[in-house]
Design a protein around this ligand. Sequence first.
Ligand SMILES: O=C(O)CCC(=O)C(=O)O
Length: 217
Amino acid sequence: MTAKLLEKREIPTGIDGFRLWPELLDVAAQRAMLAEIASMAEKAPFYRPVMPRTGRPFSITMTNCGDLGWVSDKEGYRYQPAHPETGTPWPAMPAAVRRVWDALAPEAPSPQCCLVNWYLTEKARMGLHQDRDEADFTAPVVSISLGDPARFRIGGTTRKGKTHSVMLNSGDVMVLSGESRLAFHGIDHVRFGATGLLAEIGFPGGGRINLTMRRVS
Ligand SMILES: O=C(O)CCC(=O)C(=O)O
């Protein structure tokens, strides 16, 4: 992906530091990436994390790849080098995923974590939150959507206040940088069953996969 091509494909969001490339990955690239994630998940199976303190289960399942994985349990949120259930180090980040970071965040140091979120039911969502478990917020967050469309909500750096919603489709890539790096954001709703893409490629039950790459330290 050349800088010129990226410039051409980016659409303005009107939100400082929130950058969006609709369908940056074509269908062949989406399928190849999903196949790599499915085989990666054989080594680091999806599991259902729970909320700190309450122990309430998330509505989505998760796994990670890269040097570190983001986890949540009764003790809190944190990054750790191994899967919380198997104790095995997270598998390497697939090269195709890493290439997206290199293209969109060429000046940033390497991503250390790729969190894989699987929205597997109609009820799966992610509440408004900030990504702030990292030691350094200067590197952006790069996020890839695959499978069923989802309504993404983004606000400002305080929980209250105006928010905007954007539909994220399969192959869309977004970056949270600058002012938006600490923006509250979440997934309101997934149009579950709209594509069938995941079910074809190693994700029985279908739904939506989101890959979120972050620099941690
Ligand atoms: O699923 C998405 O697109 C958003 C994921 C997200 O906000 C996160 O993992 O922090």
